[in-house]
Design a protein around this ligand. Structure first.
Ligand code: C2E
Ligand code: CA
Ligand code: CA
Length: 414
């Protein structure tokens, strides 16, 4: 068994069970296994060794210690996932899943004692594979990147554009891509924007990043077009950038440099901030619109915006927040919101894109609810320029939908 680079914590009041779990995990190849008898000890371990990849938590005796540990370690971003090592009622399980979701801790399921070696191994190894798939890492030392490091990373082109397809849910055809920032760190691998965007924002570097992305993105778009894929490209934009001086002129220059019309360029804005400086935002958005660019309302439904004010913006696309897909099976509210947004899009003749589609079941339910367009790991993860071009060659035919992993799966090919 190869070594598994995972940091695991066994939280159990029973010393015999701690020994049993440690023994199995060590035999599986886990090199860093720690034990704790209660929440205090568990937090001391975290303080000493850093973030925990998987915590095996016993929840008997009301599970106070485990819940407290989940709450404290999860809220500080120092716990990635949990496995519950006792059986739980459906009610407690629902609360636990919800709490884990809120805290961003993955809930890997329930494994009862005495431990079934195979089940535990399968759960731990598949999580390890998940961590080592192409997901970008969020460094777990609890700090954001420093200003110097971020400036150097931008200057040395370590922060680059990744592209994630937006696709037709029925055919799998890719209509466009969204640009997402990634830091290809020479030692730490591909890092998530959650690690460096707060620094980029704080240091006023969002526009520096955006204009780099415009170069990289428009160049990619031109290469895709030359291969026969006339895809659109979307850039994330924050309200403060929009109203910064010279913004429109710089976008005009960037488009002109690639001799591309604005029609296939979309700017994605969240509701945050738009309504604060409403008049200037509307004016700039109208200028972008006049250049032919599309305007998308990102994370739609996650804020509490006034629909009336939003409707004054010249937007051309609605991106429904991924939360509604995640929650689709936990009650009727999310479904009602999805249906309502589809109806709103139809009434305004504006396409609705649903984010965060990960499974075939979600895709089918969304199609049944009238959703036509989506984005999510089911179709493809964000990838760099060369990978995207190769992916398009393998998954799409110029002008026609070819067999995608997704529709091949539907047909039972995969
Ligand atoms: P966003 O604009 O809502 O982007 C979608 C996020 O969802 C991306 O996360 C993407 O990788 C992730 N995602 C896509 N499909 C799935 C899926 O099926 N399941 C799950 N769980 N996640 C999925 P990412 O790249 O970590 O970006 C997070 C946020 O950071 C973005 O949310 C956006 O608000 C911001 N961001 C990322 N890159 C940039 C950038 O270059 N500039 C600016 N201003 N913001 C950016
Ligand atoms: Ca976005
Ligand atoms: Ca979004």
């Amino acid at each position: 068994m190869p070594a598994l680079s995972l940091r695991i914590l066994v939280l159990d009041a029973d010393p015999q069970r701690r020994i049993e779990a440690t023994d199995i995990l060590t035999r599986m190849g886990c090199r860093e296994v720690f034990v704790a008898a209660n929440c205090g000890q568990a937090l001391a371990v975290v303080e000493q060794v850093g973030a925990i990849d998987i915590a095996l938590c016993d929840m008997r005796d009301e599970g106070k210690d485990s819940l407290r540990f989940l709450q404290v370690a999860g809220a500080s971003g120092l716990l990635r996932s949990i496995i519950i090592t006792c059986s739980l009622s459906d009610e407690v399980k629902a609360i636990l899943t919800q709490l884990s979701n809120i805290l961003g801790v993955a809930y890997l399921g329930e494994i009862n004692k005495p431990f079934n070696y195979d089940l535990l191994a399968e759960t731990v190894i598949s999580y390890w594979e998940h961590l080592h798939s192409d997901s970008p890492a969020v460094p777990t030392d609890g700090v954001f990147a420093s200003e110097d490091d971020v400036r150097n990373a931008i200057a040395s082109k370590q922060i680059i554009s990744y592209f994630q397809p937006k696709f037709n849910l029925a055919t799998g055809q890719v209509l466009g891509v969204e640009v997402l920032a990634r830091w290809k760190h020479p030692e730490r691998g591909v890092l998530s924007p959650h690690f460096f965007l707060p620094t980029v924002r704080r240091c006023g570097l969002l526009n520096t990043l955006l204009f780099l992305q415009l170069q990289q993105g428009l160049s990619m778009q031109q290469q895709a077009l030359n291969r026969g894929y006339p895809i659109s490209i979307s850039f994330n934009l924050e309200a403060a950038q929009l109203t910064s001086s010279g913004f429109i002129e710089r976008v005009t220059q960037a488009l002109a440099a690639y001799e591309l019309p604005g029609e296939k360029v979309i700017f994605e804005l969240t509701e945050n901030g738009i309504l604060e400086d409403h008049v200037s935002c509307v004016e700039r958005l109208k200028q972008l619109s006049a250049m032919g660019c599309g305007i998308s309302i990102d994370d739609f439904g996650s804020g509490f915006s006034s629909l009336h004010r939003l409707c004054e913006l010249p937007f051309t696309e609605i991106k429904l927040d991924s939360e509604f897909v995640r929650e689709m099976n936990n009650g009727s509210k999310s479904r009602a919101i999805i249906r309502g947004t589809v109806a709103l899009g139809e009434a305004l003749s504006i396409p609705v894109i649903v984010e965060g589609i990960e499974t075939e079941e979600q895709r089918q339910s969304l199609v049944a609810m009238g959703v036509r367009l989506g984005q999510g790991y089911l179709c493809a993860r964000p990838m760099d320029c060369q990978s995207l071009l190769a992916w398009l060659d393998n998954h799409q035919a110029p002008g026609h939908p070819r067999k995608t992993r997704m529709n091949a799966k539907q047909e039972g090919v995969l």
